[in-house]
Design a protein around this ligand. Structure first.
Ligand SMILES: NC(=O)c1ccc[n+]([C@@H]2O[C@H](COP(=O)([O-])OP(=O)(O)OC[C@H]3O[C@@H](n4cnc5c(N)ncnc54)[C@H](O)[C@@H]3O)[C@@H](O)[C@H]2O)c1
Length: 255
């Protein structure tokens, strides 16, 4: 589905991003991972071939580092077909009044402003390739979540930004969509769980959240992302696609 595509993937070294990396390579793409952490060698071997992986260590909150990463990609491949903005942090789990200025700034910089940087340095190349942008949002960006105010705000902003970008770049035949997971078993989710007061109930809650079944791993998200990046989704833009097992449906008591 993604044969010979050059895909920039932020936060691709772990969690949902790593599952996307594997799925994109399996679908025929070459992936350029921008992440603060490298993919460990033993994990990289899970790819069909590591020739399809360019690892660029980069702090997405640092504009110069993002610019340098895009320069390296263009020097090596000469083009970019897709950008998947996936990296985020979810810490701290706090109400707004408890949030410090540095905590606000860091969440905004990594989760939201990084999309400004990847677009600033990537859009010229996507205009040439009539490429695709995919943003990883979260169901909490539309539903809200207690005790997680700034993270929720970044994801709500991503939903709005996705629609604005879809309109701005449609004249260039660039599609812009978002995926919206609920709970997915990843390092970030585990860290969030450990911040909650009722830890003994959390695992049960996360498994009951999805009417379709227990909390999934990132492969279910990666399959939907592969579709949205592919030609099969060629007339879909501005969509916030829930990949949530139905977590947002109905009025249900979970605990
Ligand atoms: N796990 C869930 O339940 C869940 C639910 C909804 C949405 N999401 C979203 O999915 C995406 C991936 O989350 P995940 O759970 O896989 O997280 P994760 O922690 O497993 O992976 C995040 C990746 O981003 C990288 N990263 C973080 N800060 C960075 C920075 N400043 N510069 C470069 N790289 C950085 C990390 O090194 C890591 O590889 C995020 O956008 C998250 O908000 C996750």
């Amino acid at each position: 589905m993604l044969e010979n595509k050059i895909i920039v993937l932020t936060g691709g070294s772990d969690g949902i991003g790593w599952e996307c990396a594997k799925a994109y390579v399996k679908a025929g793409a070459t992936i350029c991972i921008l992440d603060k952490n490298e993919v460990p060698d033993d994990r990289a071997k899970e790819l069909i071939t590591t020739d399809k992986l360019l690892m660029l260590t980069c702090n997405l909150a640092n504009e110069q580092q993002v610019q340098a990463a895009f320069n390296t990609i263009i020097e090596k491949y000469g083009r970019i077909d897709a950008i998947h903005n996936n990296a985020a942090i979810a810490h701290p789990s706090k109400t707004l009044d408890e949030t410090t200025n540095p905590e606000w700034d860091l969440l905004m910089d990594i989760n939201l402003k990084s999309i400004l940087y990847t677009t600033r340095y990537g859009i010229v190349h996507l205009k040439k390739s009539q490429g695709v942008i995919l943003n990883t949002s979260s169901m909490v960006g539309s539903l809200g979540q207690d005790n997680h105010a700034v993270y929720v705000a970044t994801k709500g902003a991503i939903n709005a930004l996705t629609k604005a970008m879809a309109l701005d770049y449609a004249p260039f035949k660039i599609r812009v969509n978002a995926i919206s997971p609920a709970a997915v078993n990843t390092p970030t989710l585990q860290a969030w769980s450990q911040e909650q007061p009722n830890q003994h109930e959390i695992e049960n809650y996360l498994n009951k959240l999805q009417p379709l079944g227990n909390m999934p791993k990132g492969d279910v998200i990666a399959d939907a992302c592969t579709f949205l990046l592919s030609h099969a989704a060629r007339f879909i833009t501005g969509t916030i696609l829930p990949v949530s097992g139905g977590a947002e449906l109905g009025y249900r008591t979970l605990i």
